[in-house]
Design a protein around this ligand. Structure first.
Ligand code: XIL
Length: 836
């Protein structure tokens, strides 16, 4: 056999992950109680040597090779987790496909509504209606799925007779009877219950419910105790939303469950609902930090109602779904990193039936589409269970849905030979794609990209490859064809692959700006990430040193001059001499220019003076509340014979910035450096959509008002873009200016904010963008950004606008600053959520 084995795994990661099963294993205590684990535990055979699942099949000669996993449940089972969905009676009993997919893919069921109190007793205390609950529970039980009941004590969907008219004694009795009857009925089938749901309000105090009003805070302990009396084995959960990361509400829930535990209340776990918005979704690390502290109390944790809204993301649908995949991946990865996290349950599983559409507007929040097809999010979940590391925050989304072959070769074909997914070898996770029985060098795995790439835009493409021969050249090839045109094949990269290690291929794919008849990626692809399509303006005002070194300085003390000895473009470049340490070099301040949490594309041209070569590294120094962090943006080898570009992306830390500097460093001390044509541009495609409804005043001042009472007029006298801007007149105090409310559209977190201002009369004045937040009745004012405006042109104000997580009752952004009596124009205001 020669060259008959091309394996592919996930691209863009540097470390090869241990095989599955070597990753987080739950404690034995947890494992023995997890049905899915019982079957797996005995034959796992993990000897801890890091190749637990491949059983030494690397040579491909094994009789019974491990293949890819077959379902989500299969993936979760390998990870010693359960994976579930909320199930609705209607589709379960009327749509065969719903039931088929549910039984094939999932092993943990929560009745979506059927076990709620109001569903079981819709009329009066004498009548119970168990039909829908029985149907769902019997179906799940019959299919061997584990079941969680939801939710015994909740302020919503209650029977009509549970009201404030009951005496405390009557309410206690009614509650006990309900808990006893329902928990006992399903004792043999239901393994866990959400006993109390959503008892903490958004302001982190105990929610004002009929239970709290009538029974006081003791109702929680009482409910858990009654449930425990009814079924000693069931795991009893407290369940809530907006507690996914450490925040005031999760602090309150933490204190609550801690006090219940101290009082000996039989609470077994906490459920984290995670009804997420993609543009607002937490990082893996933030979720892990929070879940871990609950687990450290000895509690189990689970993700109980996951869904991820994408409606407010910017970009086309393929991009939105790729971002959604990242979020699903992150959530599952977080559960995998917390030993006591036993399950990930989504609130539904198909976009055809989700509560989101009616509660938050039409969306596509789940892991199967409306035709029950696996979405990118589905692959994100599988990847999470199989230990594939999620993308780092700020990484452009991967447009290839099935990029890791953990669950087979969906979406891929072979251009010859036989394609399969094999569990014998993997770059990350447990499987890779393999093309065997190849008869020509051009044969390999192929993926059609037409549906996901954007015409006219660049894409970063990468893949990891490996062959069964000692050394063979492997090529990453893109084939494009415009409608009516002919095929154009481009080799994006070629590397020598071996049978000893994975090699990464990577290159740039420029998709032609035409109607695509075919874009086919040949050979060993995996990640296709859109390059920043929309870049903001260059933040470096003096990028080319043509007029000197204004805005630049020597980092660490070297001498910086403008030189005509070399130039990449134009006649001059920056020149650094007297370098006494490798880290010294040309530097530019970005504080006030780049925003915390923003993602940027940076590029500079570097050249050395004299002989030899040396590293040229672009570094970002960020100071967060005074603490310095250094991050490498990109590094290349620079020489003295030609100019070399050093370019890369970076994300500014989401913190209170006290300093932000970009600089070029690396060559040995004593070596002089040239620098030219520097650019730092924000990647606007990483931002959420603009929350300002009427940002350009093209059709008037709708949505805007004069803060403090000045007059606003939409005018064609000046415009930054389009035909109009807004003019503010009759200002009687410095703080007066155009304002708009963000209250109904903004969510907590950091936003990139910007607006363009211009004075109406010949003077100069500072204009500030200010955010007014009212929380708990207290007004707070924060300066988002400021700039010196004139009447000679437009000036941009930029900054980070941070919406506090304090359930504000007022949230207004406005522009202020010039002395009373000075009129000014405003145009093109944008407030966009920064990707986490
Ligand atoms: C939702 C259901 O999905 C809807 O069908 C119903 O109309 C309202 O309730 N948090 C919870 C769930 O704990 O019970 C809610 O379910 C969604 C929010």
């Amino acid at each position: 056999m020669r060259f008959d084995h091309v394996g592919i795994g996930l691209a863009a990661w540097i470390s090869v992950q241990g095989q599955l099963g070597c990753a987080a294993r739950p404690s034995d205590e947890l494992a023995t109680e997890t049905r899915a684990v019982d079957e797996e535990a005995d034959d796992d055979g993990n000897d801890g040597d890091g190749d637990c699942e491949d059983g030494g099949c690397d040579d491909g000669d094994c009789e019974d090779e491990p293949g890819a996993v077959e379902s989500l449940a299969d993936a979760a089972e390998r990870a010693h987790r359960l994976v579930g969905a909320a199930v609705a009676f209607g589709p379960l009993t009327t749509e065969p496909t719903y039931r088929e997919v549910l039984e094939r893919e999932l092993d943990y069921i929560t009745p979506e509504n059927a076990t709620k109190w109001g569903s079981l007793q819709p009329e009066d205390p004498q009548h119970w209606s168990f039909e829908e609950a029985d149907t769902i529970i019997d179906a799940a039980d019959g299919a061997g799925q584990a079941i969680k009941g939801h939710a015994l004590v909740w302020h919503n969907q209650l029977p009509p007779f549970v009201t404030d008219d009951l005496t405390p004694e009557q309410l206690t009795q009614t509650m006990h009877r309900h808990i006893r009857k329902v928990v006992r009925r399903y004792r043999k089938q239901i393994r866990a219950w959400d006993v109390v749901n959503e008892a903490v309000a958004d302001d982190a105090t105990l929610r004002d419910t009929v239970f709290l009003r009538k029974l006081g805070p003791g109702y929680l302990a009482d409910a858990f105790r009654e449930a425990h009396r009814a079924d000693r084995k069931a795991v009893l959960y407290y369940n809530d939303y907006s507690i996914d990361v450490i925040n005031p509400k999760s602090d309150a829930v933490y204190a609550l469950v801690q006090s219940l535990l101290e009082a000996g209340v039989p609470i077994g776990g906490v459920g984290f609902q995670m009804h997420l918005e993609a543009q607002n979704a937490p990082t893996t690390e933030a979720m892990v930090a929070n879940l871990s502290r609950f687990a450290a109390l000895g509690l189990r944790v689970n993700i109980s109602e996951l869904d991820v809204r994408v409606r407010l993301l910017s970009g086309d649908m393929a991009t939105k779904l790729a971002v959604q995949k990242q979020v699903y991946h992150r959530v599952v990865a977080a559960c995998m990193q917390v030993e006591r996290c036993e399950s990930v349950t989504a609130w539904g599983f198909t976009d055809l039936h989700s509560w989101i559409d009616s509660f938050f507007g039409a969306d596509d929040p789940l892991e199967f589409d409306e035709q029950y097809r696996r979405k990118p999010a589905y692959h994100g979940m599988v990847d999470g269970f199989l230990g594939v590391p999620p993308d780092a925050a700020g990484t452009a989304p991967n447009l290839v849905a099935n990029s890791t072959f953990e669950i087979g070769t969906d979406g891929w074909v072979a251009s010859g030979g036989t394609l399969d997914a094999t569990g014998t070898i993997a770059h990350t996770g447990a499987s890779s794609a393999r093309v065997s029985a190849r008869t020509a060098g051009s044969q390999g795995p192929v993926h059609d990209l037409r549906a996901v790439v954007q015409p006219g835009r660049g894409h970063d493409v990468s893949a990891w490859a490996r062959v069964s021969a000692p050394a063979e050249t492997v090529r990453l090839v893109a084939k494009t064809r415009c409608e009516g045109g002919s095929d154009l094949s481009t080799t994006l990269d070629s590397e020598v692959a071996t049978d000893a290690a994975w090699v990464e291929l990577s290159g740039e794919l420029a998709v032609p700006a035409c109607t695509l008849a075919g874009v086919t990626l040949y050979v060993d692809d995996v990640a296709v990430r859109p390059q920043p399509g929309d870049l903001g303006p260059n933040l470096i005002a003096n990028p080319d040193f043509e007029t000197g070194t204004a805005g630049w300085f020597g980092f660490g003390g070297p001498t910086l001059t403008a030189s005509t000895a070399q130039a990449h473009g134009g006649l001059q470049s920056g020149f650094v001499t007297n370098r006494t340490a490798t880290f010294q070099g040309p530097a530019h301040d970005l504080l006030g220019l780049a925003v915390a949490g923003g993602t940027y594309q940076a590029s500079a041209w570097a050249r050395l003076d004299g002989a030899g070569s040396g590293p040229a590294t672009l570094t970002l120094k960020a100071s967060c509340s005074g603490a310095d962090q250094f991050g490498q943006i990109a590094s290349v080898t620079a020489t003295s014979t030609e100019w070399t570009e050093v370019a890369g992306r970076f994300t500014v830390p989401s913190c209170t910035l006290t300093g932000l500097t970009i600089y070029l460093e690396g060559p040995p001390a004593g070596v002089n450096q040239y620098i030219d044509d520097v650019s730092v541009r924000q990647d606007l495609s990483m931002l959420g959509s603009n929350l300002v409804a009427n940002p350009g005043f093209e059709s008037g001042t709708t949505g805007w008002f004069g803060f403090g009472g000045p007059t606003l007029t939409a005018t064609a006298a000046q415009a930054h873009t389009g035909a109009q801007s807004v003019l503010v007149t009759n200002r009687t105090a410095t703080f007066q200016g155009p304002a708009t409310s963000l209250l109904s559209v903004a969510t907590p977190g950091a936003h990139a904010a910007s607006g363009w201002v211009r004075l109406a009369s010949a003077t100069a004045a500072q204009v500030r963008m200010t955010l007014k937040t009212t929380c708990g009745g207290v007004d707070q004012f924060a300066t988002v950004g400021a700039a010196n405006a004139t009447d000679a042109g437009w000036t941009q104000i930029t900054g980070t606008l941070t919406v506090a997580d304090c359930a504000p009752t007022d949230l207004v952004v406005y522009f202020e600053g010039p002395a009373a009596g000075i009129d000014f124009y405003l145009d093109d205001v944008a407030v966009q959520k920064l990707a986490p």
